[in-house]
Every structure is written in C-alpha cells, then in structure tokens.
Design a protein around this ligand. Structure first.
Ligand code: HEC
Ligand code: HEC
Ligand code: HEC
Length: 414
C-alpha cells in the first residue's frame, strides 16, 4: 500500500516533468532480440512443447478464473488503486487473441505492448518474460491456439487516474523494462543457463520473491531476497535464505509441495508448485534447484530444533489442542501426517507470523499429495483467538515469545 502510494507520486512527477508526452517506447525498435531458441532441451510435438512452456511460465495461474474455461481470463487483481483483469488468451477472434499476429503476441508477452501500442500493466509479468526466446513464446502461442476458442468478454480494468493512463506505463518501461530476448551467459555452462532461464524468465520467481523499489520495479541488488505478495511473505530464496535446504529437499518441495523438515507450501506458492514446478521434467527441475543453490559452499546443516516456550494452559494452547492437534501433531515430538508436519517450516519460525496468520484466516484448499486440507479459521474464530493460536504455534514450533496481536490477525484476514 505504501509502496503503491509512492509509485503514484513517482509516476505523477514523471508525467508532469515530461508534460505527458506520448512516449511511444517501441520495444521492437531495439535492435538485438537475442537468440531465437532458448536453452531448454524440448522434446515432443510442437504443441506438447508449447504446453510444457506454458506450464513452466505458469500462464494458467493468472489467466484462468475459478470454474472458468482454461485460459479464458477474467481473473481479478485487486489493488488499492483499482482492479486489473487478466485477458482471454483463447483463439476467439473478438474476445480472445485469435486475430493477433505472431509478432503482436510476442510483443505483448515479452515487452508488455499489445496491438495498437496499448501498454499492459506489469501485473502481466513481462519484466520477467522479457528474457524469453522468441520461438518459446511462439510455441506457447501455438499451444493456446490449439485449445477451444472461448467467447468471453472479460470485465474492463478499472484503475483510478493517473493509473488509468496506460501510456504512463510506456514511460515506466523506458526506465525499468529490461531488453527483450534470450541471451546465454557465456561465462556459465548450459545447465546453469537453463536453470537461470527457468527461474528468472519462465518461472518469474522474482515477481514474488524480489522486493520492489519505490517505483514498483524489482530492486536489482536484492534479487530473491524475499518480499510480500498479496499479503503473503515470499521468503528469501537466495543461497543464504536456503542455507538449510539440501538440494534433494528443495527438489522435492518444488515437485510435491512438501519436504520433510521444511513443511508444506500454502498460499500463492502452492499454485506455483501445482501448475508449474511440479510439471517440470526431473532434469529441468534439477537445473532450477542447482541454479538457486549455486555458489553455496560447505555442508548443509539442518536448523537446530528451537526450544519450545509454549504454555499448553494458555488460550492458544487449549484452542490448538481442540482445533488443530487432530491433524497436526500436539507437540513437535509427536508424529503428524507428512503434509501436516509443521517441523522446520519457515512459516512457524517467522516472528512476524505473516503466513501463519494468513493460512489461519484463509486455510489451504485443494491439498497436494493428501486428501486432508487445511480449513480456514477466518470465520468462526475471533481475531484474538487467531492471534492466540498463532502465538502458541510460534512458541511451540519456533521457540518465539508471543508478539502477535488481534490487530495483526485482523489485518491478515482482509
Ligand atoms: C502474474 C499473473 C500473470 C501471468 C503469470 C501471466 N499473465 Fe498475461 N496478463 C495478466 C494480466 C493481469 C493481463 C492484463 C494486463 C492489462 O490489462 O494491462 C495480462 C495480459 C496478457 C496479454 C494481453 C492480452 C490482451 O488482450 O491485451 C497476453 C497476450 C498475455 N497476458 C499472455 C500471457 C502468457 C502467454 C503468459 C504465460 C507465458 C501469461 N500471460 C502469464 C497476468 C498474467
Ligand atoms: C483437517 C486437518 C487440519 C486441521 C484441523 C488444521 N490443519 Fe493446518 N494444515 C493441514 C494441512 C494438510 C496442511 C498442509 C497444507 C497443504 O498441503 O495444503 C496444513 C498447513 C498448516 C500450516 C502451514 C504449514 C507450513 O508448512 O507452512 C500451518 C501453520 C497450520 N496448518 C496451522 C494450523 C493450526 C494452527 C490449526 C488449528 C487452528 C490447523 N492448522 C488446523 C491440515 C489441518
Ligand atoms: C505468485 C508468487 C510466487 C511466485 C511466482 C513464486 N513464489 Fe515461491 N513462494 C511464494 C510465497 C508466498 C511463499 C511462502 C509460502 C509458503 O511457504 O508456502 C513461497 C515459498 C517458496 C519456497 C519455500 C521457502 C521457505 O523458506 O519455506 C521456495 C523454495 C520457493 N518459494 C521457490 C520458488 C521458486 C523457485 C519460484 C520460481 C520457479 C517461485 N518460488 C515462484 C510466492 C511465489
């Protein structure tokens, strides 16, 4: 919220300074578009490749609404400044992108510029997709065009002035949009380049895991150091942040949404795993893991188990025993079903309790690898009760003193 207000300030200042010049920042005019082909070793028919790349890029997560046809758009992105709706990517001539040329599609996906010079909001992650190779984008297009055309008019995006002025985004792009196209880094081997491509371009991990600067652009020197996304904390996934993860555990987490000693994924990351990283070939996922952990030295040491400071007689303690212990273990030394094992999870060791309060409020629907789903406690439980529960969990599994307030619980439930 604060950052968005600052962005508003920055944009208005820029706009005034430049007299609202229509700045046609023509990405295609930049000469070098990189290599036509990306570093992945793709097999199968062209359509299979397109389907694989669309999964690796997780186009589905944002372009398919709940209960709607695949890629028919209309997902709402609620911001304090209004709502942006994702587009219909099916082959329908009028409401989809069936009438678009190859170049028009490539420019929209990588440069954020739709036909007629209409600038897309960076809610479509073109700042990451900029690094995609042209032929990979075209394979995704071929796959999308092979799916049933769905006639669906998505609601019009409603942003307050000046954000409603799409050309301001053109201005923003001149400062913050990287050059488009795939360029291998010659000082690294192919496997490293593959991992970098999967993480930075296709997987757009930085869209959530890299903090943004005052102008809402990814802060260049803080890549993957952790950030808040839609109220959830996307943790530090630099080699330092992942210091306690063995490569095999990270691979398992990205493949199944759970790794022993690291808990289960919940919130937006669960969709990433479900639609994207779980769909990668074992080789590609290994390349992604090696890239994330590259440069890490020394033995991987497990985190020491924290000393519990929990009081079972507290409000949180008695609520936990009644509402949670049936699925999760009563104490860290008793056993729980794998997916409900809280031991070692970043979420129960974060003193701010961000994702803990969030998962308590919203639950975690559609369990992966388990029929058991985490219910939502947002209704039925008061803010004070959820704060007490969270404090108890942090004390028991994180060794942390109670610090969360009903106000924190309320903020997380919005
Ligand atoms: C994080 C969410 C997100 C992801 C992931 C995402 N998009 Fe988008 N996309 C959007 C939103 C939101 C818009 C609408 C932006 C606007 O109105 O300015 C959009 C717009 C587009 C458009 C412009 C369509 C039009 O009619 O204007 C195209 C093309 C597109 N996306 C393709 C893709 C493809 C292909 C992928 C995967 C490689 C993808 N998107 C992944 C959120 C996303
Ligand atoms: C019906 C079984 C069930 C109940 C009841 C339940 N949970 Fe969960 N919980 C789960 C499952 C399963 C997961 C793993 C999430 C997934 O796979 O989607 C989970 C995830 C979590 C997480 C995130 C774990 C991580 O690794 O990051 C926390 C924290 C949590 N639950 C706390 C609680 C608390 C506190 C209560 C009681 C108020 C509770 N749960 C009640 C099944 C349950
Ligand atoms: C849509 C936002 C989003 C995207 C995109 C995203 N993440 Fe996440 N990620 C999160 C959030 C939020 C969490 C914390 C939730 C949780 O622990 O389940 C998380 C947690 C993680 C964790 C667990 C860290 C820990 O300490 O427990 C790993 C590892 C991870 N992400 C890796 C990745 C990788 C690799 C990519 C790119 C392929 C990626 N993420 C893309 C939002 C995202």
């Amino acid at each position: 919220m604060r950052k968005l207000k600052l962005l508003l300030l920055v944009l208005v200042t820029l706009a005034l300074a430049l007299g609202l010049t229509v700045h046609r920042h023509d990405q295609t005019a930049r000469l070098d578009h990189g290599a036509a082909d990306g570093p992945l070793e793709l097999t199968g028919t062209p359509l299979e490749r397109g389907r694989y790349l669309a999964a690796a890029a997780d186009c589905m997560a944002c372009h398919t609404g709940a209960g709607a046809e695949d890629y028919s758009g209309g997902v709402a992105f609620d911001l304090p400044i209004g709502t942006i709706y994702s587009s219909n990517l099916t082959a329908d001539q009028e409401t989809g992108i069936g009438a678009w040329s190859e170049d028009e599609f490539v420019d929209a996906v990588r440069a954020g510029v739709a036909p007629g010079g209409r600038h897309l909001y960076p809610a479509h992650p073109y700042t990451s997709y900029a690094g995609l190779a042209r032929n990979d984008v075209l394979a995704i297009r071929a796959y999308l065009m092979s799916l049933p055309a769905v006639r669906r008019e998505v609601p019009a995006t409603t942003l307050v002035w000046p954000f409603s002025q799409r050309r301001l985004i053109g201005l923003w792009n001149t400062f913050y949009q990287p050059a488009v196209g795939y360029r291998a880094q010659a000082d690294h081997d192919l496997a490293w380049n593959r991992g970098a491509y999967l993480a930075n371009a296709l997987g757009h991990c930085g869209e959530c895991h890299t903090p943004r600067n005052l102008a809402y652009a990814p802060a260049p020197r803080h890549t993957y150091q952790g950030a808040i996304t839609r109220g959830w904390k996307a943790y530090d996934i630099t080699p330092k942040g992942l210091a306690h993860w063995r490569a095999g555990d990270l691979d398992r987490y990205l493949a199944t949404g759970h790794a022993p000693g690291h808990g289960s994924t919940v919130g937006p990351m669960k969709e990433v795993v479900l639609y994207s990283t779980a769909q990668l070939t074992p080789d590609d996922r290994a390349a992604l893991v090696d890239y994330l952990l590259a440069g890490r030295t020394g033995e991987v040491v497990a985190q020491p188990a924290p000393q519990s400071v929990a009081n079972a007689q507290s409000l949180g303690g008695s609520l936990y025993a009644g509402a949670c212990a049936g699925c999760h273990a009563l104490t860290p030394t008793s056993t729980a079903p794998a997916y409900a094992d809280l031991t070692g999870a970043s979420t129960v060791r974060d003193p701010e309790g961000t994702n803990l309060l969030k998962v308590l409020a919203e639950g975690s629907p559609h369990g992966m690898g388990t029929d058991m789903a985490m219910p939502a406690f947002g209704q039925g439980y008061s803010d004070a009760e959820r704060a007490a529960l969270a404090n108890y969990v942090l004390a028991q599994w994180g060794g942390l003193p109670p610090a969360l307030t009903p106000k924190d619980a309320q903020a997380a439930a919005r």
